[in-house]
Design a binder for this molecule. Structure first.
Ligand code: URA
Length: 204
């Protein structure tokens, strides 16, 4: 039996990414690993794509322009950023902020799964298609955004049933007025999704 806290267990996962030399080329070209931040006991985890310049400098996810927008949307639904957990699929900054490569996402996926296995959230919100396709391989973000789905995450010796919500990426939406409004509208579904999830669990 393990008596370590979720934070202790997450710290070990962070160390193992470095020890296992995951994406060593990305690591060499970036300042630091951006592992995740927030409350490890949160019922909601947000998963983005990869760190940008500001995240690479600070070691924290979503602290640049996209992060400010994410903070504003969290405020809209009365959620404090410190009360949720935020991470990315790829945890080193890709050069010139290029899209993460499929093999980079593949290499990092077991570590994201491990984070979720430890945190055991009820809702996972994917920010953008790169994060979304880790949970729904055939995701088409233009069609699937804002549609919550119950899925099971299979870990080595357990299963976790979650609600999965794919959303547009805040950085993409910032520069496109209609996408921005759609993202805000989709984001506002989060409280209702959490409430419905509790209600449906009661009648099961
Ligand atoms: N975009 C992301 O996907 N993640 C970050 O941490 C910052 C910007």
């Amino acid at each position: 039996m393990s008596f370590s806290t979720k934070a202790d267990q997450l710290a070990l996962v962070k160390e193992s990414i470095i020890k296992d030399r995951i994406c060593s080329e990305l690591a060499a070209g970036s300042k630091q690993l951006v592992f995740g931040s927030g409350d490890p006991d949160s019922e909601i985890v947000f998963v983005g794509e990869a760190p940008g310049k500001k995240e690479d400098e600070s070691g924290l996810p979503f602290v640049g322009r996209a992060g400010n927008f994410l903070n504003q949307m969290l405020e809209l639904i009365a959620l404090d950023r410190s009360k949720v957990y935020i991470t990315n699929i790829v945890k080193y900054r890709p050069p010139n902020n290029r899209d993460p490569l499929p093999e980079e996402k593949r290499e990092f996926l077991p570590y994201l799964q491990r984070q979720l296995e430890i945190i055991r959230p009820r809702l996972v919100v994917a920010l953008g298609r790169h994060a979304g396709s880790c949970f729904m391989p055939h995701l088409i973000i233009g069609q699937d955004h804002g549609k919550a789905k119950r899925i099971a995450l299979n870990f080595s010796d357990s299963e976790l049933k979650i609600v999965f919500l794919p959303l547009f990426h805040p950085a993409a939406a910032l520069y496109n007025g209609s996408m921005k409004q759609t993202l805000i509208d989709d984001f506002m579904l989060i409280p209702k999704i959490m409430e419905l999830d509790i209600l449906t669990k009661k009648i099961k």
